[in-house]
Design a protein around this ligand. Structure first.
Ligand SMILES: [Zn+2]
Length: 250
C-alpha cells in the first residue's frame, strides 16, 4: 500500500495540511483513519472539503433547501418504496444509479425520471476508484453512461483520486459534475440503529446540505425508518427537497 502512487499523493497532501492545522497530531490520525477506511464521518469536515475543492460537497444557500441522494439502486423493491415516501412530501431527490442495476430494472429507472427526480452515474459495477486503474475506472463509467443519461457522477465509497476526478471533469463526451456529500445518514452501517441513523441527519443537515441514503437491501431497515421522519421534520420547518440537476461544474 505504501508503494501505491495514489496513497503517496494523498499522504503528501495530508502532511501539508496537518502542519498548518492547530491540532496537527489528532488531525493526521483522523486522516489516516479515514483514508484506511476504519471509520466514516457523518458530517463531512471542512478540511476534507478543502482538500478536494473541485468536488461538490454542498450547495451553500440561505434558502431552506435540502438535497437528498440515494445510491446503489435502482432496486425493484426498495426504490419504489423510496419514491412513495418522497411523493408523500412532494420531495424531489437524486438517484446515483449503478449501470448494471439500471440494465436489470429499466422500469424502476424510468419511474424515477417520470416522477421528476434526477439521476447520476455511480459506475457500471460500483468500483472503488482508489483500487482501480484509471483507464478501467473511466471505461466502467462510460459503460454506465449507456444506461444513465446524466452529467452527475458520484464515486462509489466516495473514493476517487484527483487525477480520475480531473479526467471526468474534462472528458470530451461532456464533463461530469462530481457530487460528494455533506451528511452521511449511515444507513449502510448494519451496526447502527435506525434511531441513530435518523439523528445523524437531524443533527447535521443544514440549508444546502447534500445528504446520502441508499435504496439498497443492506440499508433498507435504517433508511426506511429515517427517511419519512426526515421528510416530515424538515417539511414542517419550511424546508423543500430538490434535485441536483443543473448544478454547475466547479
Ligand atoms: Zn455506492
Amino acid at each position: 500500500m505504501l508503494g501505491n502512487k495514489n496513497f503517496f499523493f494523498r499522504y503528501q497532501n495530508l502532511s501539508e495540511l496537518s502542519v498548518r492545522h492547530p491540532n496537527g497530531v489528532g488531525f493526521t490520525k483522523a486522516c489516516f483513519a479515514y483514508f484506511y477506511g476504519m471509520f466514516y464521518m457523518v458530517k463531512t469536515p471542512w478540511w476534507l472539503k478543502k482538500m478536494y475543492p473541485s468536488l461538490v460537497w454542498d450547495i451553500p444557500s440561505e434558502e431552506k433547501v435540502l438535497y437528498l441522494t440515494f445510491d446503489d439502486g435502482p432496486h425493484k423493491i426498495f426504490t419504489p418504496l423510496v419514491l412513495s415516501h418522497l411523493q408523500q412530501f412532494n420531495a424531489k431527490a437524486t438517484f446515483f444509479c449503478i449501470g448494471k442495476n439500471v440494465g436489470e430494472t429499466p422500469s424502476v429507472y424510468s419511474a424515477i425520471l417520470q416522477q421528476g427526480h434526477a439521476v447520476g452515474n455511480h459506475t457500471q459495477n460500483h468500483l472503488n476508484g482508489w483500487k482501480t486503474k484509471d483507464d478501467i475506472y473511466i471505461q466502467n463509467i462510460a459503460e454506465a453512461s449507456a444506461h444513465i443519461q446524466s452529467g452527475l457522477f458520484r464515486p462509489p465509497y466516495g473514493r476517487i483520486t484527483k487525477f480520475q476526478a480531473a479526467l471526468l471533469q474534462q472528458r470530451q463526451a461532456g464533463p461530469f459534475v462530481i457530487i460528494m456529500w455533506d451528511v452521511l445518514s449511515g444507513d449502510f452501517d448494519t451496526d447502527l440503529s435506525p434511531e441513530r441513523c435518523l439523528q445523524n441527519v437531524m443533527m447535521y443537515a443544514k440549508p444546502g446540505s447534500i445528504i446520502v441514503f441508499h435504496d439498497s437491501a443492506k440499508a433498507f431497515d435504517r433508511m426506511n425508518y429515517a427517511l419519512p421522519r426526515v421528510l416530515e421534520h424538515f417539511s414542517n420547518r419550511g424546508f423543500t427537497f430538490k434535485t441536483l440537476s443543473g448544478i454547475p461544474l466547479k
